[in-house]
Design a protein. Structure first.
Length: 262
């Protein structure tokens, strides 16, 4: 029967002690070896490495369109009013007066790979115009819920802002891009981080400055974690018939992200 050496005395004439593989001495030696090597490996695994200041991983975020929007359409110089606007917030629309123009908006999110996570947003907005009105610029703000769960448990309300303009009046603008995560600091790898789970737009405010795009974007950029719409320049299409609306066609993808954590 195979035997295991469990102890050896130092020296040329030292004794050697052996025990069977099923003896208590052999089992004790195996247990001691396991306690020597396994705990450091477990600590290294749970702490994600020794002495790493920063690390990263890839995750598909869980993104959802909140059906909140703020639209500004700039009209040709000399028009009265100089711009048209609309939002999904009744309090904002009450402040717009003659500038208010309600569009037809349709939005559909798709899970293209059927993994339970939305992969893209298809949005179409049709802004009705009078025959003499000509759009030379467009600004559109959309809001989203953005969540991470794999390592960093992170929840925030974020936005995508798109704008395009042309010296020639248009009939349509087409935008295709990715909703990309931007980090100024690493995300924590433990606990829940919901510090930015607040509305991008204060939709109940009675004050006009709370719906000003400059103020909204400036306050949003003070965050350490944001999303931005990244992609090719918008395509501006000219040649609108007098009875046709101005169309904003948008495709926004929700890609995998490389998340940095300490």
């Amino acid at each position: 029967m195979a035997r295991l050496e469990v102890l050896a005395e130092v020296g040329s004439g030292g004794r050697r002690y052996r025990a069977g593989l099923c003896s208590l001495a052999a089992l004790g030696l195996l247990l001691l070896a396991a306690l020597t090597y396994l705990p450091p490996l477990l600590v290294a695994y749970r702490s994600h490495g020794f002495w790493l200041r920063r690390s990263s991983y890839v995750e598909q975020p869980r993104v959802g369109f909140r059906h909140e929007a703020l639209l500004v359409a700039l009209l040709r110089e000399g028009s009265a009013p100089p711009s048209l606007a609309w939002s999904s917030f009744p309090a904002c629309n009450q402040l717009l007066g003659a500038r208010l123009r309600t569009p037809l908006l349709s939005a559909r999110e798709e899970d293209t790979n059927h993994d339970g996570l939305m992969d893209r947003l298809n949005l179409r907005l049709e802004l009705p115009l009078q025959s003499a009105e000509q759009v030379v610029g467009i600004q559109l703000l959309l809001t989203f819920t953005y969540q991470l769960h794999r390592m960093s448990t992170f929840v925030m309300q974020s936005m995508a802002f798109l704008q395009s303009s042309s010296p020639v009046s248009g009939s349509q603008v087409f935008v295709s891009g990715d909703l990309k995560l931007q980090q100024r600091q690493p995300l924590s790898h433990c606990g829940l981080d919901s510090r930015y789970n607040v509305s991008v737009i204060n939709g109940t405010s009675p004050f006009a400055q709370d719906y000003d795009l400059v103020n909204i974007v400036a306050a949003y950029q003070e965050r350490n974690v944001t999303t931005v719409l990244s992609g090719p320049s918008p395509i501006w299409v000219v040649g609108r018939a007098p009875d046709e609306p101005f169309v904003v066609q948008t495709v926004i993808r929700y890609p995998e992200e490389q998340i940095v954590y300490p």
